[in-house]
Design a protein around this ligand. Structure first.
Ligand SMILES: Cc1cc2nc3c(=O)[nH]c(=O)nc-3n(C[C@H](O)[C@H](O)[C@H](O)COP(=O)(O)O)c2cc1C
Length: 158
């Protein structure tokens, strides 16, 4: 999966990513709690969607759904396209996970906390790294129905 992620395209082939694999459930529990508290403290209730507000204020909601592993893709050098590069690596990783019979999900709820000094310390990533894509991976408990998609907005010019 991680090798597949590294086959993603990147601006000027900088490959500006690193992968931190966290399997310790104690650490994931701690991040889940802290990330929810961080959201509550930093995102005004009015700005959060109802669904997010309900989740982050629910003590029983685990942002990683008790998945066995988190793979955090971090940007490790400076540059204008670090986030795009890491997001493309994340998509490759998720497709490779699916190909291997695994489920995966990008957990945006973790991002903000994992970019704080405390969040980086909790998983030992250097202060200069940017936490871009927290992806949980595990064996799905059930087959879920595909989530519907809106009609694409397509404009033809000329
Ligand atoms: C940037 C990003 C952040 C996301 N954050 C979360 C999250 O915090 N929790 C969650 O359960 N799903 C999260 N998702 C998953 C989306 O909810 C999901 O991709 C979307 O509902 C479409 O469903 P599908 O991927 O199964 O087709 C995130 C997806 C992206 C791309």
């Amino acid at each position: 999966m991680i090798v597949a992620a590294t086959h993603a395209p990147s601006a000027i082939n900088q490959q500006p990513w690193a992968f931190t694999v966290v399997r310790d459930q104690g650490i994931l529990d701690l991040i889940s709690r802290n990330a929810k508290n961080h959201m509550i403290a930093t995102v005004p209730a009015a700005a959060a969607s109802d669904r997010i507000h309900v989740h982050v204020t629910d003590a029983n909601f685990h942002i990683f759904y008790h998945a066995p592993a988190l793979i955090l893709i971090s940007g490790i050098v400076q540059g204008p396209w670090i986030v795009e590069d890491c997001a493309l690596a994340a998509e490759n990783l998720m497709l490779a996970a699916y190909g291997a019979g695994l489920g995966s999900c990008w957990i945006g709820l973790a991002q903000s906390f994992l970019n704080t000094p405390e969040g980086k310390k909790s998983i030992g990533t250097p202060a200069a790294w940017i936490s871009v894509a927290p992806i949980i991976v595990g064996y799905p408990q059930a087959v879920t129905a595909p989530v519907s998609r809106n009609e694409p907005v397509v404009r033809w010019v000329g």
